[in-house]
Design a binder for this molecule. Structure first.
Ligand code: HEC
Length: 93
């Protein structure tokens, strides 16, 4: 295979992988299986909830997720944060 063809193939493969939507990670399934052990979704909507901004949501989800050490795929954490934000917190990013 010529160098050019190789390069084109490589670029095409790369484009395929990077084009995968972040939503590939099943945030809802992951959440329901892993995040309801200690609390239910009520903590996201209660009046005195602790999280008050998108940044706080990011660090809270990361901290909670770290508690049980399951391997999230690379796009998992942002997808999980977006899932909670879309469904419960609705912060401006
Ligand atoms: C080992 C127990 C545990 C697990 C598992 C856990 N959490 Fe938590 N989480 C907590 C505790 C404790 C709090 C604080 C609850 C309180 O203040 O009453 C909390 C609070 C939160 C809050 C803040 C709620 C608020 O007040 O706004 C978010 C968001 C959250 N968790 C997300 C998650 C997500 C997402 C997962 C799954 C990746 C998860 N948690 C898994 C223990 C856990």
């Amino acid at each position: 295979m010529s160098l050019i063809a190789r390069f084109a193939l490589g670029a095409a493969l790369l484009a395929t992988f990077t084009a995968l939507p972040a939503a590939q990670f099943a945030a809802e399934t992951y959440h329901d299986a892993n995040c309801m052990r200690c609390h239910d979704t009520g903590v996201y909507t209660r009046e005195d909830r602790a999280v008050g901004s998108y940044q706080m949501l990011e660090s809270r989800v990361a901290a909670c997720d770290a508690r049980f050490g399951e391997e999230l795929p690379a796009d998992g954490l942002p997808a999980l944060i977006d899932y909670l934000n879309t469904n419960y917190y609705k912060f401006e990013k």
